[in-house]
Design a protein. Structure first.
Length: 581
């Protein structure tokens, strides 16, 4: 079954079930500051769950292009894409009474899901398993979904899970609820969210006045599963473009071929929707995608980005007017950004040449290779290639150890040695921790070098920092600090960790918290500007994000006095995206 057939069968099935097809929304949300891009099919419909009277119909079906960059470093594996199409159907305004063509809830949603997967798509029932929300200390087990799943003819594998089977809300408050996921050969292809709660800013859950259904799934994953392909890149949605890249490369490898394919496709969608490369927020994400594509292309000897983009446009232009009308301009924008980026790569090459000229030991150390990668954006593959041309080697094992250590500290956390009050290592707490460093550096830039940290506390809800300053910080100064933090987030600056002698760290300009006793060997975290200078450098045990671009919108909540000569600031990071996969 081709992806065109899957697409049409899905739309036809739900339109026959009284759903109204609605055109896809722009990838750039009009009235949703909580996210940079459209990340899910339900995004344009969020208001309808609380105000169903505003919906164009109580039942809606769509196929919506989505952009997600939270897993950008995972692109190249078997399942991750930056841009994908989400098929979805939605129900708004359910109050407990089923009607033939009005709102519906769990029973109809799960019955239709099973019917579509097993009868319309004819998927072997033995390949399918389902999961439901098993409850936690705040929210009860979704027994209704569990029992409905148990009643489906031929579904034998049913499992209850925790938080991964509870979705939402988008942002700090809003509709949310348990979800049921269907898997084919252990690949998730169907996610039905049942919005039956409302979460307020204090974290309390109450039953929503109106209940609704938000179903979403990735067309790429579904096509791969139905066609019996091992990865999303092997289905007929992406394999022709992988082949184009492979046939026009002179040193092809699968991971870099996938990166080129995925990122060029993402750039086509974004540029066609009006986004242009730049240094702020979504513009910088587009720039990063183009740069990653060009880096990967250099590694495999691929240069025909325009041909690849035009090939994508010939297919997706059938479904999306923005691509049909704007793909030529997208090619022009991509080419111009590629030219700029190749010039910036020269700076990394210059640094590499300096390393080689300054020594005769014949090896690029792990630390030197990691600095080229993390500070100058110079890919390790290119470092190895250029070093080989000079008959030099690179300490790849040491580089990988540094890379893994940095990744582990950023994402999973390390032993809790941060003494400033990090409550836990969940992702939002880690985000607040990095924002804490950005805020301190910003305050020093704006108020002066006398500002030092006098205390802190970091949780998933907010960050708190106490700093030395003789007078109240004005609203104008706070706004300048907030803006500077958001600017550094938009610039997606690398966050680098180094282990060194304590005295050497202090001599390098690293800040230490007042009154804290540090061991002889310390970890220093630095946030590096695009020109290679240091924006922030502190003694700290971590963990942190890998780059500031992973953070959301930063906002200062309150400023007040803590003690004589010490001001206290509370702030938070508002996440840009919530995953619905």
């Amino acid at each position: 079954m081709t992806h065109q057939e899957i697409r049409q069968k899905y739309l036809d099935y739900f339109k026959e079930a009284h759903h109204v097809e609605v055109p896809p929304a722009s990838l750039v949300p009009d009235n949703d500051p909580s996210v940079l891009f459209t990340v899910a099919g339900m995004q344009q419909f969020k208001d309808y769950y609380q105000h169903p009277q505003n919906a164009p119909a109580p039942r809606i079906v769509t196929i919506q292009p989505c952009i997600r960059t939270i897993d950008i470093d995972e692109v190249g594996d078997d399942t991750h894409n930056t841009v994908f199409e989400m098929y979805g159907h939605f129900s708004f305004g359910y109050t407990g009474q089923d009607t033939p063509d009005g709102p519906y809830f769990k029973k109809q949603a799960l019955t239709m899901a099973w019917d579509f997967l097993t009868n319309v798509l004819a998927i072997d029932k033995n390949r399918i398993r389902a999961t439901y929300f098993g409850g936690d200390e705040k929210r009860p087990t979704d027994t209704e979904s569990k029992e409905l799943l148990q009643s489906l003819d031929g579904l034998s594998r049913i499992e209850g899970y925790g938080n991964e089977n509870f979705w939402g809300p988008v942002g700090d408050e809003g509709p949310c609820g348990p979800n049921v996921e269907f898997y084919i050969d252990d690949v998730e292809v169907w996610n039905s969210v049942f919005n039956e709660y409302y979460k307020d800013r204090d974290g309390n859950y109450t039953k929503a006045e109106y209940r609704g259904v938000d179903m979403g799934g990735g067309l790429e994953r579904l096509a791969a599963a139905i066609q019996g392909k091992p990865t999303v890149y092997d289905s007929d949605l992406l394999s022709p473009y992988i082949t184009l890249v492979r046939e026009n490369s002179n040193n092809y490898n699968e991971r870099h071929g996938r990166i080129v394919t995925d990122h060029v496709k993402a750039a086509l969608f974004l540029i066609s929707d009006g986004v242009r490369p730049g240094n702020k927020t979504r513009e910088y994400i587009l720039r990063r995608l183009i740069r990653r594509a060009v880096r990967a292309g250099q590694t495999i000897g691929f240069t025909k980005y325009g041909q690849l983009m035009e090939s994508f446009a010939s297919m997706y232009g059938q479904y999306y007017e923005t691509i049909k009308n704007n793909y030529q301009e997208a090619i022009t924008v991509f080419d111009a950004e590629q030219t700029k980026f190749l010039k910036t790569l020269d700076s990394g090459t210059t640094q590499l040449e300096r390393i080689i000229t300054a020594s005769d030991n014949g090896e690029i150390s792990a630390e030197q290779a990691f600095k080229l990668f993390d500070t100058f954006g110079f890919p390790i593959e290119l470092t190895s290639e250029l070093a080989a041309e000079k008959n030099w080697t690179v300490d790849l094992t040491g580089f990988q150890e540094l890379f893994n250590k940095h990744k582990d500290m950023s994402r999973a956390g390390m032993e809790k040695i941060f003494q400033g009050g990090l409550a836990d290592h969940n992702p939002q707490t880690v985000a607040h921790h990095t924002a804490h460093h950005l805020l301190l550096a910003s305050l020093r830039h704006i108020l002066g070098g006398h500002v030092v940290q006098r205390g802190s506390n970091v949780t998933s809800e907010r960050l708190r920092i106490d700093v030395s300053h003789p007078e109240k910080i004005t609203e104008e100064q706070l706004k300048m600090a907030e803006d500077l933090v958001n600017q550094k987030i938009a610039e997606d600056l690398p966050v680098i960790s180094e282990t060194m002698d304590r005295d050497k760290a202090l001599a390098s300009g690293a800040l230490a918290e007042f009154g804290t006793k540090y061991p002889k060997e310390v970890t220093v975290y630095s946030i590096i500007e695009q020109d290679g200078s240091v924006f922030s450098r502190e003694l700290c045990g971590g963990p942190h994000v890998m780059s500031t671009g992973e953070l959301g919108r930063f906002e200062i909540l309150k400023e007040e006095g803590s003690s004589a000569g010490v001001r206290r600031i509370r702030a938070r990071v508002v996440p840009r995206t919530s995953s619905i996969s």
